[in-house]
Ligand binder design. Structure first.
Ligand SMILES: NC(=O)c1ccc[n+]([C@@H]2O[C@H](COP(=O)([O-])OP(=O)(O)OC[C@H]3O[C@@H](n4cnc5c(N)ncnc54)[C@H](O)[C@@H]3O)[C@@H](O)[C@H]2O)c1
Length: 396
Protein backbone atom coordinates (compact mmCIF):
# COMPACT_ATOMS: atom_id res chain seq x y z
CA UNK A 1 0.00 0.00 0.00
CA UNK A 2 1.31 3.40 -0.92
CA UNK A 3 0.85 4.78 2.61
CA UNK A 4 3.25 2.13 3.84
CA UNK A 5 5.87 2.77 1.17
CA UNK A 6 9.21 3.48 2.86
CA UNK A 7 7.74 2.43 6.20
CA UNK A 8 9.21 -0.46 8.13
CA UNK A 9 6.88 -1.00 11.05
CA UNK A 10 7.94 -2.64 14.30
CA UNK A 11 5.38 -3.43 17.00
CA UNK A 12 6.94 -3.54 20.48
CA UNK A 13 4.96 -5.59 23.03
CA UNK A 14 2.88 -8.42 21.58
CA UNK A 15 0.02 -8.86 24.02
CA UNK A 16 -3.73 -8.34 23.67
CA UNK A 17 -3.11 -5.00 21.92
CA UNK A 18 0.20 -5.46 20.10
CA UNK A 19 -0.43 -8.82 18.45
CA UNK A 20 -3.72 -7.97 16.66
CA UNK A 21 -2.09 -4.74 15.51
CA UNK A 22 0.94 -6.62 14.19
CA UNK A 23 -1.37 -9.08 12.41
CA UNK A 24 -3.33 -6.23 10.81
CA UNK A 25 -0.18 -4.50 9.52
CA UNK A 26 1.41 -7.83 8.62
CA UNK A 27 -1.46 -8.45 6.21
CA UNK A 28 -0.53 -5.26 4.33
CA UNK A 29 3.24 -5.41 4.32
CA UNK A 30 6.14 -7.25 5.92
CA UNK A 31 6.72 -5.97 9.45
CA UNK A 32 8.91 -6.57 12.50
CA UNK A 33 7.57 -7.46 15.93
CA UNK A 34 9.49 -7.45 19.20
CA UNK A 35 8.60 -8.75 22.64
CA UNK A 36 10.92 -8.87 25.63
CA UNK A 37 9.57 -12.29 26.59
CA UNK A 38 11.43 -15.02 24.67
CA UNK A 39 8.70 -17.60 25.37
CA UNK A 40 6.06 -15.32 23.82
CA UNK A 41 8.17 -14.97 20.66
CA UNK A 42 8.70 -18.76 20.50
CA UNK A 43 4.96 -19.51 20.72
CA UNK A 44 4.14 -16.87 18.09
CA UNK A 45 6.82 -18.25 15.76
CA UNK A 46 5.15 -21.65 16.15
CA UNK A 47 1.82 -20.10 15.16
CA UNK A 48 0.27 -20.22 18.64
CA UNK A 49 -1.28 -17.33 20.59
CA UNK A 50 -1.95 -18.49 24.13
CA UNK A 51 -4.14 -15.41 24.63
CA UNK A 52 -6.53 -17.11 22.19
CA UNK A 53 -7.01 -13.78 20.47
CA UNK A 54 -5.52 -14.56 17.11
CA UNK A 55 -5.95 -17.78 15.11
CA UNK A 56 -3.21 -19.99 13.69
CA UNK A 57 -4.35 -19.06 10.17
CA UNK A 58 -4.14 -15.31 10.87
CA UNK A 59 -0.66 -15.77 12.33
CA UNK A 60 0.41 -17.80 9.31
CA UNK A 61 -1.00 -15.34 6.77
CA UNK A 62 0.64 -12.21 8.24
CA UNK A 63 4.19 -11.36 7.18
CA UNK A 64 5.78 -10.78 10.58
CA UNK A 65 9.40 -11.22 11.65
CA UNK A 66 9.04 -12.06 15.36
CA UNK A 67 12.06 -11.49 17.56
CA UNK A 68 13.11 -11.06 21.19
CA UNK A 69 16.30 -9.38 19.98
CA UNK A 70 16.00 -5.56 20.24
CA UNK A 71 18.23 -5.19 17.17
CA UNK A 72 15.14 -5.87 15.07
CA UNK A 73 13.88 -2.42 16.10
CA UNK A 74 16.91 -0.76 14.53
CA UNK A 75 15.91 -2.09 11.18
CA UNK A 76 12.50 -0.32 11.44
CA UNK A 77 11.48 3.32 11.10
CA UNK A 78 7.88 3.34 12.42
CA UNK A 79 7.83 1.87 15.90
CA UNK A 80 4.62 1.22 17.83
CA UNK A 81 4.86 0.61 21.58
CA UNK A 82 2.05 -1.40 23.22
CA UNK A 83 3.31 -2.56 26.61
CA UNK A 84 1.24 -2.88 29.82
CA UNK A 85 0.58 0.12 32.06
CA UNK A 86 -0.62 -1.35 35.35
CA UNK A 87 -1.02 0.18 38.81
CA UNK A 88 1.13 -0.67 41.82
CA UNK A 89 0.02 -1.96 45.23
CA UNK A 90 -0.89 1.62 46.23
CA UNK A 91 -3.03 2.06 43.09
CA UNK A 92 -0.53 4.49 41.61
CA UNK A 93 0.48 4.31 37.91
CA UNK A 94 3.34 1.89 37.41
CA UNK A 95 4.99 2.99 34.18
CA UNK A 96 8.18 0.92 34.63
CA UNK A 97 7.40 -1.27 31.61
CA UNK A 98 6.70 1.78 29.48
CA UNK A 99 9.97 3.37 30.58
CA UNK A 100 11.75 0.04 29.96
CA UNK A 101 10.30 -0.22 26.44
CA UNK A 102 11.19 3.44 25.74
CA UNK A 103 14.75 2.74 26.84
CA UNK A 104 15.02 -0.33 24.58
CA UNK A 105 13.54 1.55 21.63
CA UNK A 106 15.68 4.65 22.32
CA UNK A 107 18.87 2.58 22.06
CA UNK A 108 17.82 1.40 18.58
CA UNK A 109 16.44 4.70 17.26
CA UNK A 110 17.70 6.17 13.98
CA UNK A 111 17.40 9.72 12.77
CA UNK A 112 13.96 10.34 11.20
CA UNK A 113 12.21 7.45 12.98
CA UNK A 114 8.65 7.84 14.26
CA UNK A 115 7.67 6.29 17.61
CA UNK A 116 3.95 5.89 18.35
CA UNK A 117 2.76 4.97 21.84
CA UNK A 118 -0.45 2.92 22.14
CA UNK A 119 -0.34 2.10 25.85
CA UNK A 120 -3.00 3.80 27.97
CA UNK A 121 -1.44 6.61 30.04
CA UNK A 122 -2.33 9.81 31.91
CA UNK A 123 -2.33 13.02 29.86
CA UNK A 124 1.24 14.27 29.69
CA UNK A 125 2.98 10.92 30.16
CA UNK A 126 4.31 10.58 26.60
CA UNK A 127 5.92 14.01 26.55
CA UNK A 128 6.99 14.22 30.20
CA UNK A 129 8.09 10.66 30.91
CA UNK A 130 8.73 8.79 27.64
CA UNK A 131 10.23 11.21 25.12
CA UNK A 132 13.12 12.24 27.43
CA UNK A 133 14.11 8.53 27.67
CA UNK A 134 14.00 8.14 23.88
CA UNK A 135 16.16 11.26 23.50
CA UNK A 136 18.63 10.23 26.19
CA UNK A 137 19.09 6.65 25.00
CA UNK A 138 19.31 7.57 21.31
CA UNK A 139 21.42 10.69 21.67
CA UNK A 140 19.05 12.23 19.14
CA UNK A 141 17.36 15.61 19.47
CA UNK A 142 13.60 15.86 19.84
CA UNK A 143 11.64 16.94 17.84
CA UNK A 144 14.31 17.66 15.23
CA UNK A 145 15.85 14.22 14.83
CA UNK A 146 13.03 11.84 15.74
CA UNK A 147 9.25 12.17 15.91
CA UNK A 148 6.63 10.91 18.32
CA UNK A 149 2.91 10.27 18.24
CA UNK A 150 0.26 8.76 20.45
CA UNK A 151 -2.62 6.61 19.27
CA UNK A 152 -4.66 4.96 22.00
CA UNK A 153 -5.88 1.43 21.51
CA UNK A 154 -9.63 0.99 21.86
CA UNK A 155 -10.04 -2.71 21.08
CA UNK A 156 -12.18 -4.86 23.28
CA UNK A 157 -10.69 -8.38 23.38
CA UNK A 158 -13.32 -11.07 22.95
CA UNK A 159 -15.57 -8.67 21.01
CA UNK A 160 -16.11 -10.14 17.55
CA UNK A 161 -18.25 -7.19 16.38
CA UNK A 162 -16.14 -4.14 17.26
CA UNK A 163 -12.87 -5.42 15.82
CA UNK A 164 -9.68 -3.38 15.33
CA UNK A 165 -10.52 -2.32 11.76
CA UNK A 166 -14.04 -1.18 12.75
CA UNK A 167 -13.03 1.19 15.56
CA UNK A 168 -12.13 4.76 14.61
CA UNK A 169 -8.49 5.27 15.53
CA UNK A 170 -7.59 8.45 17.39
CA UNK A 171 -4.14 9.57 16.24
CA UNK A 172 -1.88 12.41 17.30
CA UNK A 173 1.60 13.60 16.49
CA UNK A 174 4.26 16.03 17.65
CA UNK A 175 3.79 18.15 14.50
CA UNK A 176 1.42 18.33 11.53
CA UNK A 177 3.61 16.29 9.19
CA UNK A 178 4.07 13.52 11.75
CA UNK A 179 0.34 13.52 12.48
CA UNK A 180 -0.45 13.17 8.77
CA UNK A 181 2.08 10.35 8.36
CA UNK A 182 0.73 8.48 11.41
CA UNK A 183 -2.84 8.96 10.14
CA UNK A 184 -1.84 7.60 6.72
CA UNK A 185 -0.15 4.55 8.21
CA UNK A 186 -3.11 3.62 10.44
CA UNK A 187 -5.55 4.30 7.59
CA UNK A 188 -4.15 1.25 5.82
CA UNK A 189 -5.62 -1.06 8.48
CA UNK A 190 -8.55 0.88 10.00
CA UNK A 191 -11.61 0.74 7.74
CA UNK A 192 -13.56 2.96 10.15
CA UNK A 193 -11.06 5.78 9.59
CA UNK A 194 -8.89 7.89 11.84
CA UNK A 195 -9.60 10.94 14.01
CA UNK A 196 -6.75 13.42 14.12
CA UNK A 197 -6.50 14.76 17.67
CA UNK A 198 -5.08 18.25 18.09
CA UNK A 199 -2.20 17.14 20.33
CA UNK A 200 -0.61 14.14 22.00
CA UNK A 201 -2.09 15.19 25.38
CA UNK A 202 -5.58 15.42 23.87
CA UNK A 203 -5.29 11.87 22.49
CA UNK A 204 -4.00 10.58 25.84
CA UNK A 205 -6.85 12.31 27.68
CA UNK A 206 -9.48 11.10 25.19
CA UNK A 207 -8.61 7.46 25.86
CA UNK A 208 -8.41 7.74 29.62
CA UNK A 209 -11.81 9.44 29.91
CA UNK A 210 -13.53 6.78 27.79
CA UNK A 211 -12.72 4.17 30.41
CA UNK A 212 -13.22 6.54 33.33
CA UNK A 213 -16.70 7.47 32.09
CA UNK A 214 -17.59 3.79 31.79
CA UNK A 215 -16.22 3.01 35.25
CA UNK A 216 -18.17 5.80 36.94
CA UNK A 217 -21.40 4.87 35.16
CA UNK A 218 -21.08 1.22 36.14
CA UNK A 219 -20.27 2.32 39.71
CA UNK A 220 -23.50 4.32 39.87
CA UNK A 221 -25.53 1.34 38.70
CA UNK A 222 -23.66 -0.91 41.15
CA UNK A 223 -24.53 1.51 43.95
CA UNK A 224 -28.17 1.53 42.85
CA UNK A 225 -28.13 -2.27 42.89
CA UNK A 226 -26.83 -2.25 46.48
CA UNK A 227 -29.69 0.08 47.47
CA UNK A 228 -32.31 -2.04 45.68
CA UNK A 229 -30.88 -5.24 47.19
CA UNK A 230 -31.44 -3.72 50.65
CA UNK A 231 -34.91 -2.50 49.73
CA UNK A 232 -35.72 -5.91 48.27
CA UNK A 233 -36.61 -4.38 44.92
CA UNK A 234 -35.78 -6.31 41.74
CA UNK A 235 -33.09 -4.14 40.12
CA UNK A 236 -33.51 -5.78 36.73
CA UNK A 237 -37.17 -4.78 36.66
CA UNK A 238 -36.21 -1.24 37.72
CA UNK A 239 -33.69 -0.91 34.89
CA UNK A 240 -36.15 -2.37 32.40
CA UNK A 241 -38.66 0.33 33.38
CA UNK A 242 -36.15 3.21 33.46
CA UNK A 243 -34.69 2.18 30.12
CA UNK A 244 -37.96 3.08 28.43
CA UNK A 245 -36.95 6.74 28.76
CA UNK A 246 -35.04 8.05 25.71
CA UNK A 247 -32.16 9.52 27.66
CA UNK A 248 -31.68 6.87 30.36
CA UNK A 249 -28.21 5.35 29.95
CA UNK A 250 -28.27 1.58 29.59
CA UNK A 251 -25.54 0.47 32.02
CA UNK A 252 -25.70 -2.77 33.95
CA UNK A 253 -24.23 -3.57 37.37
CA UNK A 254 -21.20 -5.84 37.23
CA UNK A 255 -17.80 -6.91 38.47
CA UNK A 256 -15.28 -4.48 36.97
CA UNK A 257 -11.94 -6.24 36.62
CA UNK A 258 -9.18 -6.42 34.04
CA UNK A 259 -6.42 -3.98 33.33
CA UNK A 260 -8.35 -1.17 31.61
CA UNK A 261 -11.57 0.06 33.21
CA UNK A 262 -10.46 -0.91 36.70
CA UNK A 263 -7.01 0.63 36.25
CA UNK A 264 -7.14 3.61 33.89
CA UNK A 265 -9.23 5.89 36.18
CA UNK A 266 -6.41 5.65 38.75
CA UNK A 267 -4.02 7.02 36.10
CA UNK A 268 -6.28 10.04 35.59
CA UNK A 269 -6.98 10.44 39.32
CA UNK A 270 -3.29 10.38 40.09
CA UNK A 271 -2.58 13.07 37.52
CA UNK A 272 -5.46 15.18 38.92
CA UNK A 273 -3.98 14.88 42.42
CA UNK A 274 -0.56 15.85 41.05
CA UNK A 275 -2.25 18.97 39.68
CA UNK A 276 -3.71 19.73 43.12
CA UNK A 277 -7.27 18.55 42.48
CA UNK A 278 -8.98 15.75 44.38
CA UNK A 279 -11.08 13.81 41.81
CA UNK A 280 -13.90 12.78 44.17
CA UNK A 281 -16.31 11.29 41.63
CA UNK A 282 -13.64 9.23 39.85
CA UNK A 283 -12.29 7.81 43.10
CA UNK A 284 -15.77 7.18 44.52
CA UNK A 285 -16.52 5.14 41.39
CA UNK A 286 -13.34 3.15 41.85
CA UNK A 287 -14.10 2.50 45.52
CA UNK A 288 -17.55 1.13 44.73
CA UNK A 289 -16.44 -1.01 41.80
CA UNK A 290 -13.42 -2.35 43.69
CA UNK A 291 -15.70 -3.47 46.53
CA UNK A 292 -18.30 -5.27 44.39
CA UNK A 293 -16.53 -8.66 44.42
CA UNK A 294 -16.64 -8.85 48.21
CA UNK A 295 -20.20 -7.45 48.27
CA UNK A 296 -21.47 -10.09 45.84
CA UNK A 297 -19.52 -12.83 47.66
CA UNK A 298 -21.33 -11.90 50.89
CA UNK A 299 -24.68 -12.16 49.12
CA UNK A 300 -23.67 -15.57 47.79
CA UNK A 301 -22.62 -16.68 51.28
CA UNK A 302 -26.05 -15.59 52.63
CA UNK A 303 -27.69 -17.62 49.88
CA UNK A 304 -25.64 -20.69 50.83
CA UNK A 305 -26.53 -20.21 54.50
CA UNK A 306 -30.24 -19.84 53.66
CA UNK A 307 -30.07 -23.05 51.64
CA UNK A 308 -28.24 -24.71 54.54
CA UNK A 309 -25.41 -25.77 52.24
CA UNK A 310 -22.82 -27.66 54.32
CA UNK A 311 -19.28 -26.26 54.48
CA UNK A 312 -17.92 -29.49 53.02
CA UNK A 313 -20.34 -29.40 50.07
CA UNK A 314 -18.71 -29.38 46.64
CA UNK A 315 -18.98 -25.88 45.17
CA UNK A 316 -18.12 -25.12 41.56
CA UNK A 317 -17.59 -21.66 40.12
CA UNK A 318 -18.19 -21.29 36.39
CA UNK A 319 -15.71 -18.79 34.95
CA UNK A 320 -12.72 -16.91 36.35
CA UNK A 321 -11.86 -14.33 33.68
CA UNK A 322 -12.67 -10.65 34.16
CA UNK A 323 -15.28 -10.71 31.39
CA UNK A 324 -16.94 -13.22 29.06
CA UNK A 325 -15.29 -15.12 26.21
CA UNK A 326 -11.68 -14.14 26.88
CA UNK A 327 -8.77 -15.85 28.63
CA UNK A 328 -7.59 -12.86 30.68
CA UNK A 329 -7.85 -13.26 34.47
CA UNK A 330 -5.97 -10.09 35.46
CA UNK A 331 -7.70 -8.26 38.34
CA UNK A 332 -10.70 -10.56 37.99
CA UNK A 333 -13.16 -10.01 40.82
CA UNK A 334 -13.90 -13.74 40.77
CA UNK A 335 -10.78 -13.95 42.92
CA UNK A 336 -12.59 -11.95 45.64
CA UNK A 337 -15.53 -14.37 45.45
CA UNK A 338 -13.18 -17.34 45.87
CA UNK A 339 -11.32 -15.69 48.76
CA UNK A 340 -14.52 -14.87 50.65
CA UNK A 341 -15.91 -18.39 50.16
CA UNK A 342 -12.66 -19.89 51.41
CA UNK A 343 -12.61 -17.56 54.43
CA UNK A 344 -16.05 -18.96 55.29
CA UNK A 345 -14.61 -22.48 55.06
CA UNK A 346 -16.19 -23.59 51.76
CA UNK A 347 -14.42 -25.94 49.35
CA UNK A 348 -14.35 -24.45 45.86
CA UNK A 349 -13.31 -25.63 42.42
CA UNK A 350 -13.35 -23.57 39.23
CA UNK A 351 -14.31 -24.53 35.70
CA UNK A 352 -12.65 -22.03 33.32
CA UNK A 353 -12.34 -23.49 29.81
CA UNK A 354 -10.64 -20.36 28.45
CA UNK A 355 -7.62 -20.75 30.73
CA UNK A 356 -5.38 -23.77 30.30
CA UNK A 357 -3.71 -23.89 33.74
CA UNK A 358 -4.72 -26.55 36.30
CA UNK A 359 -4.86 -24.05 39.19
CA UNK A 360 -6.66 -20.70 39.37
CA UNK A 361 -6.82 -18.42 42.43
CA UNK A 362 -5.60 -21.34 44.53
CA UNK A 363 -8.44 -23.61 43.30
CA UNK A 364 -8.40 -26.56 40.93
CA UNK A 365 -9.42 -25.59 37.41
CA UNK A 366 -11.39 -28.71 36.60
CA UNK A 367 -12.76 -30.01 33.31
CA UNK A 368 -15.44 -32.45 34.48
CA UNK A 369 -18.30 -30.52 36.03
CA UNK A 370 -20.37 -33.54 37.09
CA UNK A 371 -21.02 -34.24 40.77
CA UNK A 372 -21.05 -30.75 42.27
CA UNK A 373 -23.59 -29.79 44.93
CA UNK A 374 -23.83 -26.12 44.00
CA UNK A 375 -22.89 -24.51 40.70
CA UNK A 376 -22.25 -20.75 40.77
CA UNK A 377 -22.05 -18.87 37.50
CA UNK A 378 -19.57 -16.04 37.75
CA UNK A 379 -18.85 -15.24 34.08
CA UNK A 380 -21.29 -15.32 31.17
CA UNK A 381 -19.10 -17.27 28.72
CA UNK A 382 -20.97 -18.51 25.63
CA UNK A 383 -19.55 -21.95 26.50
CA UNK A 384 -21.74 -21.99 29.66
CA UNK A 385 -24.99 -21.28 27.83
CA UNK A 386 -26.36 -24.79 28.29
CA UNK A 387 -24.98 -25.46 31.77
CA UNK A 388 -27.55 -25.39 34.56
CA UNK A 389 -26.51 -23.41 37.63
CA UNK A 390 -27.88 -22.75 41.10
CA UNK A 391 -26.77 -19.14 41.54
CA UNK A 392 -25.50 -16.40 39.27
CA UNK A 393 -23.27 -13.63 40.58
CA UNK A 394 -25.00 -10.24 40.10
CA UNK A 395 -27.52 -11.43 37.52
CA UNK A 396 -29.64 -13.42 39.97
N1 LIG B 1 -6.04 -5.48 26.56
C1 LIG B 1 -6.95 -4.56 26.31
O1 LIG B 1 -8.14 -4.82 26.25
C2 LIG B 1 -6.53 -3.14 26.05
C3 LIG B 1 -7.39 -2.31 25.33
C4 LIG B 1 -7.00 -1.01 25.09
C5 LIG B 1 -5.80 -0.55 25.60
N2 LIG B 1 -5.00 -1.37 26.32
C6 LIG B 1 -3.71 -0.84 26.78
O2 LIG B 1 -2.70 -1.34 25.92
C7 LIG B 1 -1.48 -1.55 26.65
C8 LIG B 1 -1.02 -2.98 26.47
O3 LIG B 1 -1.94 -3.85 27.08
P1 LIG B 1 -2.05 -5.40 26.74
O4 LIG B 1 -3.34 -5.85 27.30
O5 LIG B 1 -1.76 -5.63 25.30
O6 LIG B 1 -0.84 -5.98 27.60
P2 LIG B 1 -0.36 -7.50 27.62
O7 LIG B 1 0.06 -7.78 29.00
O8 LIG B 1 -1.34 -8.39 26.95
O9 LIG B 1 0.92 -7.55 26.67
C9 LIG B 1 2.01 -6.77 26.75
C10 LIG B 1 3.21 -7.45 26.11
O10 LIG B 1 4.28 -6.52 26.26
C11 LIG B 1 5.47 -7.25 26.55
N3 LIG B 1 6.44 -6.35 27.12
C12 LIG B 1 6.55 -5.87 28.39
N4 LIG B 1 7.62 -5.04 28.48
C13 LIG B 1 8.18 -5.00 27.25
C14 LIG B 1 9.30 -4.32 26.72
N5 LIG B 1 10.06 -3.53 27.45
N6 LIG B 1 9.60 -4.51 25.43
C15 LIG B 1 8.84 -5.32 24.66
N7 LIG B 1 7.77 -5.99 25.10
C16 LIG B 1 7.45 -5.83 26.39
C17 LIG B 1 5.01 -8.37 27.44
O11 LIG B 1 5.93 -9.45 27.42
C18 LIG B 1 3.64 -8.75 26.80
O12 LIG B 1 3.79 -9.79 25.85
C19 LIG B 1 -1.80 -1.16 28.08
O13 LIG B 1 -1.44 0.18 28.29
C20 LIG B 1 -3.30 -1.30 28.17
O14 LIG B 1 -3.86 -0.47 29.16
C21 LIG B 1 -5.32 -2.65 26.53
Amino acid sequence: MSNLKDKKICVVGLGYVGLPLAIAFGQQTEINAFDIKQSRIEELKQGVDYNNDVSKEELKKAKINFSADPNIIKNSNFIIIAVPTPIDANRKPDIDLLIGASSIVGKQLNQGDIVVYESTVYPGCTERDCIPILAKESNLKYPGEFKVGYSPERINPGDTVNTLDKIVKVVSGCDQQTLDTIADVYSTIIKAGVHKASSIKVAEAAKIIENTQRDVNIALINELKIIFDRANINWQDVLKASNTKWNFLDFKPGLVGGHCIGVDPYYLANEAIRLGYNPRVILAGRTINDSMGVYEAKRLINYLADKEVAKDAKLLILGATFKPNISDIRNSKVQDIVNELKKEGYQVDIHEPHVKTDKLFGCNNIKDIANYDIIIKAVRHDAFKDIKFDYEIIYN
